[in-house]
Design a binder for this molecule. Structure first.
Ligand SMILES: *Cc1c(COP(=O)(O)O)cnc(C)c1O
Length: 359
């Protein structure tokens, strides 16, 4: 089976083996060095001197944590959306009583940093900017570096969903002025679902001290207090920590730059292969993601049928679209444990499957 969805992604055998280890006392002497060592390696990959907290949840829990820990009900928030996950981030902020203005772009088209600057100039009451770095729903990466510069210029808190990009593409959290950045274990980290990893800047801690949204499980103060004792406030996903301990070593041994280059290479290879087969990319190609490729439908192509043929006849699993794109696009994950040969193999199979998916 070839699992080519943008998460959960395949795990290397070393990670699966590590998961098979016996449990340990998460309040005992063994867990503390494991947690500290994982956290320190995460800080290197996040490229931050700030804190990184390990939360036991899927990525969405990390998004919720970012909001409830830095904002108060009634706070004005600019939520930038150009896809399904941007909408989700906005919805969470609304659910907790933030006063949300959506700055929306067509799905698949990039966020315009000048548009963000305009919105912040027009509404000086805005406290925080929410955005998705890599829109997994459309296969597109937003220009976080430039948007981060804008957010800093206007002195706004910047909360970033980098769930499907961190650990795969360059995202220097401090240099790009990101205050809270969220990622999830089952995307680029080569381990199963179960952990959200969240960075917290000094400015985010200052906002946290004033933030009044209700929180308990997600409370960053509780997480930080526990971390000082080498613990997490609640029972962590111990087995996923074992796996992450292994894959963080794999990533750092490969070298961060090499990890980024590998994702850039498989991303380009996927896009080239898709175009060579006469298919077209869904998003603006200049902003195409290196971790997930979204392919547009065509007059002659039945996307749901293609997905079924790939699964039933070739044992290759790809994803369809999300929300309003559900039957309109196909998405191919190429993040985490992926190499050039995986993509060569995938493209060969896709070529064979295509004639069977004609309308
Ligand atoms: C996967 C993903 C999420 C959601 O993460 P869950 O782990 O399913 O909660 C949010 N945002 C982006 C960009 C994602 O790729």
């Amino acid at each position: 089976m070839q699992l080519r969805i943008p998460g959960p992604t395949p795990c290397p055998p070393e990670a699966l083996e590590a998961m098979g280890r016996q449990m340990m006392n998460h309040r005992g002497g063994e867990f503390a060095p494991l947690l500290r060592s994982i956290t320190e390696r995460l800080q290197r990959i996040f490229q931050t001197n700030g804190d990184v907290l390990l939360l036991t949840s899927s990525g969405t829990g990390g998004m919720e944590a970012a909001i409830v820990n830095t904002l108060s009900p009634g706070d004005r928030v600019l939520s930038i959306t150009n896809g399904f996950f941007g909408e989700r981030f906005s919805d969470i902020a609304v659910a907790y009583g933030a006063d949300v203005t959506r700055l929306s772009y067509e799905w698949g088209t990039p966020v315009d940093p000048d548009g963000v600057a305009r919105a912040l100039r027009e509404d000086t009451a805005i406290k925080a900017v929410l955005m998705v770095h890599n829109e997994t729903s459309t296969g597109m990466a937003n220009d976080l570096e430039r948007i981060g510069t804008v957010a800093r210029e206007f002195e706004k808190l910047l909360l970033v969903d980098a769930i499907s990009s961190l650990g795969c593409v360059n995202l220097p959290v401090d240099d790009w002025h990101c205050d809270v950045v969220i990622t999830g274990s089952q995307k680029g980290w080569m381990v199963p679902p179960g952990l959200a990893m969240v960075s917290v800047s000094e400015r985010a801690w200052q906002a946290h001290a004033r933030a009044r949204m209700p929180r308990c499980y997600w409370d960053f103060s509780l997480a930080m207090d526990s971390y000082r004792k080498g613990q997490t406030p609640w029972t962590p996903a111990v087995s996923v920590c074992y796996a992450l301990d292994t894959t963080l070593d794999m990533m750092l041994n490969e070298g961060l730059d090499n990890v980024f280059l590998r994702h850039a290479r498989v991303g380009q290879k996927t896009r080239d292969g898709i175009k060579a087969l006469g298919l077209s990319l869904f998003p603006d190609e200049d902003y195409a993601s290196d971790t997930v490729t979204a392919v547009s439908g065509a007059d002659w192509l039945d996307i749901p049928r293609l997905i079924r043929v790939l699964r039933e006849q070739y044992d290759v699993i790809v994803a369809g679209g999300m929300g309003k794109l559900s039957t309109k696009i196909l998405r191919i994950g190429h993040l985490g444990y992926v190499c050039d040969e995986d993509i060569d193999l995938f493209l060969e199979v896709l070529e064979k499957a295509l004639p069977q998916a004609k309308k």
